[in-house]
Design a protein. Structure first.
Lengths: 101, 227
């Protein structure tokens, strides 16, 4: 029965999955804006027990911004992903190098 | 309606006791995970063998959250998808039986998670979706399968209007049709992923990391109804 114990979640997610789906499906202004709002809430109003943004969120937010041409903020968020999760370094540094090319 | 209610009741009772466990502890069922202690997971694009083309996307957007909630670092899905497409590696079927070391090198991934959607059947009337799906987490170092589960998940996406009688039943039917026609299928995939990946041993960001090996593992091959 140990597995039945409910633990407080490590992270809070807002409506992340549905916002991601709408963006994947449409990639229009409305779905992009909605996904950005979700990312910002997940990053700035995090209420999970770890009290930090979940893995990958800063990096995927960076990706959406890079697609919009917002390179500086995108790169900043990629650096934040490495600071939060050093195991992301191999991959994220590869992306940063691609951007500098 | 009566039969449906009975099926649902059985399903709810089934889940209420968390009783779909095997008689094997997680430390034995998922020995490879406890030995390798993976940190980073790469979600491979789901392999869709069902007739529902859209099922791949429903799964893709709902696979990272349950593993992140378990305490793992899951590589960002949108960037990795972009890189996999650029590298012509978006068809996971090409890699499932091959060497995964490149994914370790490029992405820093310890595990590549493969999902195979075997079937995605919607009921003609009502709002049941029955999904057949298999999950395989493979080590990028040894190519060994560290975690595998396969199951049939029946999901009831209906919502109740709370109106009784014949008209209530009709109202329920209409509301459910609207409900399932919209993006509620994301909920179906989420339920499948949460249920099946919910058995994954805890990762390094979880307070139960290295402590859950004594818990009983879920059944490797299962059938479940979720509402």
């Amino acid at each position: 029965m140990a597995s039945c114990t409910v633990q407080k979640p490590l992270y809070s997610w807002e409506k992340y999955e549905k916002a991601s789906y709408a963006y994947l499906k449409n990639s229009d202004d409305e779905s992009t804006q909605n996904l950005i709002e979700n990312y910002e809430k997940i990053i700035d109003q995090q209420s999970g027990t770890r009290n930090v943004p979940p893995p990958g969120i800063c990096a995927d937010y960076a990706f959406v911004l890079l697609e919009m041409g917002k390179t500086d903020k995108g790169k900043e968020l990629l650096q934040r992903e490495i600071e939060l999760y050093p195991e992301s370094r191999i991959f994220i540094e590869r992306i940063l190098k691609m951007l500098d090319r | 309606m009566k039969i449906r209610s009975i099926i649902l009741l059985v399903g709810i009772l089934f889940l209420a006791g968390c009783s779909t466990t095997s008689k094997i502890p997680k430390s034995e069922a998922y020995k490879g995970i406890y030995d390798e202690m993976p940190v980073t997971i790469l979600i491979m694009p789901p392999i869709n063998r069902s007739t529902a083309v859209e099922a791949k996307e429903y799964f893709f957007v709902t696979l990272n959250v349950p593993l992140i909630n378990k305490g793992y670092y899951v590589l960002p899905p949108f960037i990795t998808m972009d890189i996999l497409k650029r590298e012509s590696a978006y068809d996971a079927e090409l890699f499932i039986n091959g060497s995964l070391s490149k994914f370790g090198e490029i992405f820093g991934a310890d595990i590549a998670l493969f999902t195979i959607i075997e079937s995605w059947d919607k009921s003609a009337i009502g709002s049941f979706v029955k999904v057949g799906v298999e999950y395989l987490a493979k080590s990028t170092k040894t190519n060994e399968v560290l975690y595998s589960r396969k199951g049939t998940i029946s999901y009831d996406a209906s919502i109740s209007t709370g109106v009784g009688g014949v008209f209530g039943a009709l109202a329920d039917l209409a509301a459910s049709a609207i409900n399932t026609a919209a993006t509620e299928y994301v909920d179906v995939a989420r339920a499948c992923n949460n249920y099946t990946l919910g058995d994954f041993p805890s990762g390094k960001y979880s307070p139960t990391f290295k402590l859950d090996g004594v818990e009983m593992a879920g059944k490797n091959d299962f059938k479940v109804t979720i509402k």
